[in-house]
Design a protein around this ligand. Structure first.
Ligand SMILES: [Ca+2]
Length: 259
């Protein structure tokens, strides 16, 4: 072996040794990204929740808060001042049903019912404010809408995507958090990127990435938000970049930032 070849052989030997040892001197391995599991809640203000209503749905539209309330004989859709919480108008449900989730989308206002299996369209100034839109199987809990679909919960750990014209189910999306199904998904809110869902009778709100629902972050609301209640009123205010949070019999509507 010539000296030249000997040097080459030695170089290959050491190169092989380095590779076997896992490199050393190579580019460092990319750090493993730790997924965010817990979110942060910052309360930035509050106002009275008039009548401590049995909140089932909450949203911001046309510059005011829209709230649907439940219980037979007490169900209504009402408008609240976004700054004071004062009731601006209310429309008692005339159909004798238990109102649930509410959403304004696709040029309509949709209302679910708890066990009646009926979805209504609400028109505040209509000759008949509540008209039957569709019937469905199972219970109705929360309701929101993405750009293309209505999305509802029914007390299970699954979100149901529905055709806004026919109300038929087009997709079922099971939701898990750290490997466990998130049961009792309730009030829903879509902010353009995430679906926000509270878990009934817990202080938890879950943030679900709409395009990849395996990515879920949990927010634990401070006790003062709805003592002994359930924060099943979630409304995203795009203008102010805050959420309105309240719930069944909660004395206040809170403004919060969720990070
Ligand atoms: Ca909502």
């Amino acid at each position: 072996m010539s000296a030249h070849r000997l040097i080459l052989a030695a170089l290959f030997f050491f190169a092989g040794l380095l590779a076997a040892c896992g490199g050393g001197g190579g580019s460092p391995a990319a750090p493993t990204e730790t997924p965010q599991l817990e979110g942060e809640v910052e309360l930035v203000g509050s106002m009275p929740h008039e009548g401590r209503a049995w909140t089932e749905g909450l949203l911001v539209s046309e510059g005011i808060l829209w709230e649907s309330t439940g219980l037979i004989g007490q169900s209504q859709v009402r408008g609240l001042d976004r700054q004071t919480g004062a009731v601006l108008w209310s429309a008692p449900n005339t159909e004798g049903v238990f109102g649930e989730g509410l959403v304004r989308a696709f040029g309509r206002t949709y209302l679910l019912t708890y066990t009646e299996g009926k979805a209504y369209l609400f028109e505040r100034d209509g000759a008949r404010p509540y008209t039957l839109f569709a019937t469905y199987e199972g219970e109705g809990w929360g309701l929101t809408a993405t750009d293309q679909h209505l999305v509802n919960s029914n007390g299970s750990a699954t979100l149901y995507y529905r055709d806004p014209e026919t109300f038929s189910i087009v997709r079922e999306v099971p939701i898990q958090y750290v490997g466990q199904p998130v049961q009792r998904l309730n009030e829903l809110e879509f902010d353009g990127t995430y679906i926000w869902a509270n878990q009934w009778r817990t202080p938890y709100i879950y943030r679900i990435l709409e395009r990849d629902p395996s990515k879920v972050v949990r927010y634990t609301l401070p006790a003062e938000v709805c003592p002994g209640g359930s924060p099943n009123g979630i409304a995203w205010d795009e203008d102010e970049g805050i959420f309105f949070l309240t719930g069944q019999t909660c004395e206040k509507i809170w403004k919060a930032r969720l990070r």
